[in-house]
Write a protein that binds this ligand. Structure first.
Ligand code: SAH
Length: 282
């Protein structure tokens, strides 16, 4: 699926950058669990990019910006480990086992995920399997969609005047149902609630929060394809969240709270005339 590959000259520049930043060497037989950020390629960390450029095998997810794979070594094996296509079975246990097997054969194995690998990304399960198998691993954090994605919508995840607490939650439990959470505590305890994987149950979640005392007219927003050219932000209310979510496209981050209003002054991305995906650094 390799679309294009960077030139040798760029590869040399990249290894100079890694040396200047004193980045750790990717040793053979190691697994690195890395996050690539929420979408726009530039949101990967220098360490994440260095990992891509050094790996022998890269297992990547559906939400990955595949422009980043151009930095892989030409001989690197790229394995799609998302829910669609790719590996015959993408069960979590199989992915973890594949990481172990490649590492035991002496490969530099990169497990590359969207956002941060440890935020609703099952990175911990993989890390624990590697630990059990005595495979050495490193974790490379990434910009998570619930923070970076909101920043691209001009919504600060915290602001002194609106919220000194923020709650991150997933709207999708392990069994595919709405997780059983202490909704009254969430409603009372956190002025700002950021929801991942919540398009399906957004209406139900809003009802539970309203039943627990949150105001139906409280501002809420849905950020679809955050940081990508197709980014779309829909600003609504808690009462309107279900309908707005049904009309939104995936992937989407939902946010409820007064901090959403700050977008009125902070929506920097609409000031940028070309879509982020087309912008070039000159
Ligand atoms: N580990 C990832 C989250 C994986 S769960 C992270 O830290 O960001 C997948 C969910 O992340 C999606 O359902 C969506 O809620 C959110 N998400 C990921 N990328 C996104 C994007 N570009 N725009 C909006 N939401 C995104």
């Amino acid at each position: 699926m390799r679309k294009h590959s960077i030139q040798d000259l760029d590869r040399t520049a990249l290894s100079r950058l890694s040396a200047a930043l004193k980045l750790p060497a990717f040793e053979k037989g190691w697994v690195w669990l890395a996050g690539a950020g929420p979408g726009e390629a530039g949101l990967i960390t220098a360490l994440g990019l260095h990992a891509i450029a050094s790996a022998d095998v890269i297992l990547y997810d559906a939400l990955l910006n595949d422009d980043l794979l151009a930095f892989a070594r030409p001989a690197a094996e790229l394995i799609f480990a998302g829910k669609r296509g790719g590996m015959r079975s993408c069960k979590q246990a199989d992915i973890s086992q594949t990481l172990v097997e490649y590492a035991r054969r002496g490969a530099r194995v990169l497990r590359l995920k969207g956002g941060d690998p440890l935020v609703f990304g099952r990175g911990a399960e993989e890390a624990l399997t590697l630990a059990d198998a005595h495979v050495p691993f490193r974790i490379v954090p990434g910009v998570t969609a619930g923070i970076g994605g909101l920043a691209y919508a001009g919504i600060p995840v915290t602001h002194r005047d609106t919220n000194q607490v923020v709650t991150f939650l997933t709207g999708h439990g392990a069994d595919g149902k709405l997780p059983e959470l202490d909704w009254p505590s969430i409603a009372r305890g956190s002025p700002t609630i950021v929801l991942y994987m919540a398009r399906k149950f957004a209406g139900e979640i809003a009802e539970k929060l309203i039943a627990a005392g949150r105001k139906p007219e409280e501002p809420a927003a849905i950020v679809s394809n955050a940081s990508l050219g197709e980014q779309h932000v829909s600003v609504t209310t808690l009462a309107g969240l279900g309908a707005a979510a049904a009309a939104s496209s995936a992937p989407a981050i939902l946010v409820i709270g007064e901090n959403v209003r700050l977008r009125q002054g902070m929506d920097w991305l609409s000031q940028v005339t070309t879509p982020p995906a087309l912008r070039q650094v000159s």
